[in-house]
Design a protein around this ligand. Structure first.
Ligand code: NAD
Length: 374
């Protein structure tokens, strides 16, 4: 429909230019990786500012957790949502799940804003998307928070086990990382036994500490770093892990480096310092720059198990919960397959002399293309 001059909104030229450029920048961010939809939601009464980014629904409903963060700007929040949603598409596709990729971000200070009304309002927003996006927990979203969201929508997963959910996903994530690490060890050392291997685990939170437990059971020699003294003391006391400094984790002569804390720890500085032959860990977005640092690792003959492949245990759990197929036994069987997929990826990467994460992305894209045809 063409607007007549009487229909035109009365806005100043300056405002008009600003809104036009902001609109363009959102589409500019969506276009490079074909994001399907971005939805913003604001509620004055509760202070809720939410963005849902839907990257792909080719395989099923877009699925991915909700991250609450005190972003310095709305633009930063949008960029985060867009980037994370795309990552979820690849993670689910390579894991053989029938879900797509999405992510929600909540802008603001969790301590100031989060309460029942805020979370239920967010639940109403999720419900208004009619299942095109299904949420779960992520940074600053607890199981209790998700219970409030569940009061308003059934399109939420990662709920407490006591109410039929899959509960905390860190155990299964750690198991998947362990499987991926073994597959990478097989490729690098010719055996997947980790006995006697020196493993540097960065971050001993929920995922890292469970990984340490698996490693110690297999008689690996484990080094750990964390900002939390109490967590370090616990893994040192319970599993005999050797504590190293935050920065020193990159310099110890380890066979394997397992980033389980932050993203972007594989960068110009750290890759030059790491002496390991294998990298496999739970953190998301480990390569600071996908192209550049993936290539640097390949040139140094480091076997890199792609993060989105090995840390997919969490999404496996919430997808199983959503489709009513959750059981611990089923989930551990599913996470065990990370070994096979990782082995296939690493073998193809070696044959084609290319970076494993490229192979893994191509496999995910091929699956999306083939299943979309059905
Ligand atoms: P967590 O918060 O329980 O643990 C993270 C740990 O890293 C904390 O103990 C924290 O103190 C520590 N840390 C922070 N900065 C550090 C630094 N500079 N050096 C060393 N340690 C530092 O989180 P988690 O659930 O264990 O997740 C770990 C990583 O795995 C995160 O990047 C997360 O996004 C990713 N991940 C988790 C899951 C899951 O199911 N929990 C799934 C996929 C990916």
């Amino acid at each position: 429909m063409k607007l007549t001059s009487a229909d035109q909104p009365v806005i100043s030229q300056e405002k008009s230019d600003t809104s036009t450029s902001q609109l363009a920048s959102i589409f500019d961010q969506m276009a490079p990786h074909d994001h399907e939809q971005i939805v913003h939601y604001y509620d004055k009464a509760t202070g809720l500012k939410a963005i849902v980014a839907i990257h792909s629904t080719a395989l099923g409903p877009a699925m991915g957790g909700t991250r609450m963060w005190n972003y310095v700007s709305d633009a930063e929040a949008l960029t985060d949502a867009i980037r994370l949603a795309r990552g979820m598409t690849y993670k689910s596709a390579i894991s053989g799940l029938n879900v797509g990729g999405g992510k929600a971000v909540l802008v603001g200070d969790p301590d100031q804003l989060k309460n029942e009304a805020y979370l239920r309002k967010f639940g109403q927003f999720i419900d208004s998307l009619n299942g095109k996006y299904v949420t779960a927990g992520d940074v600053n979203m607890t199981l209790r928070d998700l219970e409030y969201v569940r009061m308003e929508t059934c399109h939420v997963t990662g709920l407490p086990e006591a109410i039929g959910g899959s509960g905390s996903s860190s155990l299964i994530t750690a198991y998947g990382v362990y499987m991926g690490m073994k597959a990478a060890a097989k490729e690098a050392f010719g055996t997947d036994s980790l006995e006697g291997k020196k493993v540097a685990v960065q971050g001993v939170g929920a995922v890292g500490s469970t990984l340490v437990e698996y490693l110690v059971k297999e008689k690996a020699v484990v080094f750990v770093s964390d900002v939390s003294e109490s967590k370090l003391q616990r893994v040192s006391r319970e599993f005999g892990a050797h504590v190293v400094s935050l920065d020193g984790i990159y310099d110890i002569p380890a066979d394997i480096y397992a980033p389980c804390a932050l993203g972007a720890t594989l960068n110009d500085d750290t890759i030059a310092r790491l002496t390991c032959q294998v990298i496999a860990g739970g953190a998301n977005n480990q390569l600071a720059n996908e192209q550049r640092h993936g290539t640097m690792l390949q040139e140094r003959d480091v076997v890199y198990a792609p993060d989105f492949l090995v840390n997919a245990g969490g999404i496996m759990a919430v997808a199983a919960e959503y489709f009513g197929m959750y059981s611990k036994e089923y989930l551990f069987q599913k996470a065990e397959r990370i070994y096979d997929v990782c082995q296939k990826v690493l073998q193809q990467a070696a044959q084609q002399q290319t970076e494993p994460h490229r192979i893994a992305m191509k496999m995910a894209e091929d699956r999306i293309a083939s299943i979309s045809q059905l």
